[in-house]
Design a protein around this ligand. Structure first.
Ligand code: ZN
Ligand code: ZN
Length: 258
């Protein structure tokens, strides 16, 4: 399979919190598009940052946008604006709480309104958005704020990203209609000992994952990400105890070609 026709996914940050060696949620798709922006400026040298054209966002929680202000600053003066792509409720939160001239300058008007550093590009739920030769289809999931999973597809191959979510349905209904699904990237944030926190914050634990698997298309590998670093050791033991061969915990700096 040539690199051109395959779908390349590079894991820059698989965690749902920060500590040295634990980068927050960030994936690079085909080199030029990021899915979430928890750790772009930590993970990529400036030259690679400046090649990013578009960031697709699952939602506006900090662990998914933490590097965005600094990335935007590093792209200042580049000829083409950076596109931030997500359904409207996610972009509204960025507009109100980040690019508001209080917590960070409004780079939609800098260096000038005609030559902005960043543009917000709202997309519709359940409709495909094309970035290069890859399509992203947002599907609403179940989190404490508006949040979306994505079906990412290229040349007839697809993977599913859950985004942050507790037990959910629409995403699996959409996944069941995909002919050539190669992988599922599914969030897992807390250990079963923190089931109450997980329920209140709409996240997964290993026990919830064990139930969620039955809703997913069979036999597709499931890569777990978004672990909270303080819970990681316990999560690892609990996932191993499930004895489910489809499940793997994601590590940083893993690259896939589908
Ligand atoms: Zn998160
Ligand atoms: Zn979240």
């Amino acid at each position: 399979m040539s690199p051109r026709s395959s779908l390349a996914i590079r894991v820059l940050g698989p965690y749902g919190g920060a500590a040295p060696g634990y980068r927050m949620t960030t994936f690079l798709v085909d080199g030029k598009t990021a899915l979430d922006a928890g750790a772009l400026t930590e993970a990529l040298p400036i030259a690679a940052q400046r090649r990013i054209r578009c960031i697709v966002l699952t939602h506006a929680h900090f662990d998914h946008i933490a590097s965005l202000p600094f990335l935007i600053e590093n792209l200042y003066g580049r000829g083409r604006p950076l596109d931030l792509v997500a359904p409207a409720p996610v972009l509204a939160a960025l507009s109100r709480h980040v690019l508001n001239d209080v917590t960070w300058p409004d780079f939609r008007r800098l260096p000038s309104p005609r030559r902005p550093t960043v543009r917000l590009r709202p997309i519709a739920e359940n409709r495909s958005f094309r970035a290069g030769s890859v399509t992203f289809t947002p599907i609403a999931v179940d989190h404490v704020v508006p949040a979306y999973g994505y079906i990412i597809a290229k040349r007839g191959r697809a993977v599913v990203f859950s985004g942050d979510t507790g037990p959910t349905r629409r995403l699996w209904a959409a996944a069941s209609r995909i002919r050539n699904l190669r992988a599922i990237f599914l969030e897992l944030s807390f250990s079963d000992a923190q089931a109450e926190v997980a329920r209140a914050s709409r996240h997964m634990t290993p026990r919830l994952i064990a139930e969620e698997i039955s809703k997913t298309p069979p036999r597709v590998p499931i890569y777990l990400y978004h672990m909270k670093p303080p819970s990681l050791a316990r999560i690892r033991r609990e996932v191993e105890a499930l004895g489910e061969p489809r499940l793997r915990l994601l590590d940083s700096e893993r690259s896939f070609r589908f």
